[in-house]
Design a protein around this ligand. Sequence first.
Ligand code: UDB
Ligand code: ZN
Length: 181
Amino acid sequence: MITMKDIVREGNPVLREVSRSVENPPSNEDRELLKKMLDFLMNSQDPDIAEKYDLRPGSGLAAPQLGVPKRMFAMHVTDERERLHSYGFFNPRIISHSLEETHLENGEGCLSVDREVEGIVPRYARLKLKARTLEDEEVVLRFRGLPAIVVQHEIDHLNGVMFYDRIEDYSGPYKKTVPTI
Ligand code: UDB
Ligand code: ZN
C-alpha cells in the first residue's frame, strides 16, 4: 500500500515536470498504480488506518507525487450535499469552465508540501472534465465546489504547477522562476 514515505516532496524536480499522456488503453501497470492511489486516499480518510500508518487525510493525489510523471490522478471527496466523488482518471482534460472563480477560505496545502503556506489560491468555480476512468469509460463530468478545486489542484500537478504558484505575492521557497537561456 502507498504510505507517506512514497510521496515525493517539494524540491524533487518531478513535481515541476509536465507529465506525459497515458497510453490508450492504459497498461495494467498504470491501472494498478491508479487503483493504489485511490486506495491511499480512502485509507487516509479512515481514522483507524490513518493513525496506524500515519497518513495525512487527503482528497486528491496525482501520479507525479509518487515520482511517476504520467497524466493520471485520483480523487475521493464529498461535495456540500454529501455526495461522494471517488474516481481514478487517465488523461484528464478540462474542456470548459466558469468565468466565476472561487477559493478555499483558508488557502490550500499539498501532500507534497510539509509546511503551511498562507494565501488565497484562485480557482474556477465550476468545470467540465473529460477523461478515461478506472472503469474504462470515456466520461465528461461536471464539478463544482470542493471537488472542482481538487480537480484543478491535481491537473496543476500534471503540468508541474504547485498551488503557491497561483498565490499573488508569494515569495517563499520553491517559487517558480522563468528559465533563462
Ligand atoms: C490534500 N487535504 O489532500 F474534503 F477527508 C489536503 C492536505 C494537503 C491538507 C492533506 C485534504 O484535502 N483533506 C481532505 C479534504 C476533504 C475530505 C477529507 C480530507 N490535498 C491534496 C493534494 O495535495 N493533492 O495533490 C490538498 C487539497 C488542497 C486543495 C485541493 C486539494
Ligand atoms: Zn498537491
